[in-house]
Design a protein around this ligand. Structure first.
Ligand code: PLP
Length: 387
């Protein structure tokens, strides 16, 4: 069976072949399989060297010091560690009151972590984005209180592809002395990310959104002045005590290589994706009643969210047999609720039920985009005709 064209890069990316090749060298007897925490023999030392090389590769993409990188199992864990870790540390320090500022269109890993803390008595302010899905710095400024412990916002929204002005928000939070956590799972490798220029204190990363393997990620934790994060996983005291557990060397190597490739591609890849995006949108120009969700100006090129008047997203996806896309976000697609992100930017329930997210990346070709456009035009026209 010929597989459908993959336009769901925001859900996950295929592992880059160069990444997979590197990872293979860290598994078997003839490879570097040792425990990176083993200090007594060469097996351990080699594994540790590989992990530290990967840590440097990850740090370089975001202009951090390698010592500021804490390995995790993915951005979900990084988000949990950042938010629960900061609040836990604050409570340990005797400050009973805590207040978090976040938004209604964050990834579930942030939304549900904050809801869980809210149930435990932490106060949470849920900011609303503008119609484009961006959080305005003034809205953040107005939400701050004396007891605000942290602000957590995403850089690039996974459903809309819009980009929030993290630098402006970072500058104002630094001035107010409030910690800033940024989920950059969809930003890394797509936009330049510089943790110092952005004034970010904690930053979540995932490998599998950047052509690395699933099941590995990282949390950037600022040093000097040290940001203190209470461990959520207890054990051997790995990762400066913030995250215990034996490091899966091949996963670290994979993420490191993926981030190195991403850094090398940062000059040329966005322009190529921009061309594909133009091709995609112009290929749909003949179709009436198509609504664009998100920001036309402040966005990454590889994510396009569109609502098609008069066609349910579910029927459209069924009709588009040769195309793999998402309606709403992948994590929410087990439920029939319209996307909370689309609702959050004021899209009507009707149009939210008619929205599809198209996301493409490194291995998408112009031929695929042209094929996809002709399919969409055909299926939408056909579905509208039988209404
Ligand atoms: C994918 C994603 C996550 C979750 O990352 P995992 O590594 O799959 O846990 C968190 N935040 C955003 C914005 C994402 O796109």
């Amino acid at each position: 069976m010929k597989k459908p064209v993959y336009l769901d890069y925001a859900a996950t990316t295929p592992v880059d072949p160069a990444v997979a090749a590197d990872m293979m060298n860290f598994l078997t007897l003839d490879g570097v399989f040792g425990n990176p925490a083993s200090r007594t023999h060469v097996y351990g030392w080699q594994a540790e060297a590989a992990v530290e090389n990967a840590r440097r590769q990850v740090a370089e993409l975001i202009h951090a010091d390698p010592r500021e990188i804490v390995w995790t199992s993915g951005a979900t864990e990084s988000d949990n560690l950042a938010i629960k870790g900061v609040i836990g540390q604050r409570k340990k320090g005797g400050q009973a009151k805590a207040h978090i500022v976040t938004s209604v269109i964050e990834h579930k890993a942030v939304v549900d972590t904050c809801k869980w803390l809210e149930q435990g008595g932490v106060e949470v302010t849920w900011l609303r984005p503008d119609r484009e899905g961006r959080i305005a710095p003034e809205v953040v400024a107005e939400s701050l209180r004396d007891e605000t412990a942290m602000v957590s916002l995403m850089m690039v929204n996974n459903e809309l592809g819009c980009v929030t002005d993290i630098a402006a928000i970072g500058a104002l939070l630094r001035q107010r002395g409030v910690l800033f956590h940024v989920d950059a799972a969809q930003a890394a490798g797509k936009l330049p990310v510089d943790v110092s220029a952005l004034n970010v204190d904690l930053l979540s990363l995932s490998a599998h959104k950047v052509y690395g393997p699933k099941g590995v990620g990282a949390l950037y934790v600022r040093r000097s002045p040290d940001v203190l994060v209470e461990a959520q996983m207890h054990g051997g005291g790995h990762e400066r005590g913030m995250r215990s557990g034996t490091l899966p060397t091949h996963q670290m190597v994979g993420m490191g290589k993926a981030f190195e490739v991403a850094r090398e591609s940062l000059d040329a890849e966005p322009a190529r994706l921009e061309e594909l995006r133009d091709l995609f949108l112009s290929g749909l120009e003949g179709l009436e009643g198509v609504h664009f969700n998100g920001s036309r100006e402040h966005r990454v090129p590889g994510i396009v969210n569109l609502s098609f008047e008069g066609v349910e997203a579910e029927s459209l996806m069924l009709g588009l047999r040769h195309l793999a896309v998402s309606s709403g976000s992948a994590c929410a697609s087990a439920t029939v609720e319209p996307s909370f992100v689309l609702r959050g930017i004021g899209v009507s329930d009707e149009l939210a039920h008619r929205a599809l997210r198209f996301s493409f990346g490194r291995f998408t070709s112009a031929e695929e985009i042209e094929f996809v456009c002709s399919q969409i035009v055909d299926v939408v026209t056909r579905l509208r005709a039988v209404r």
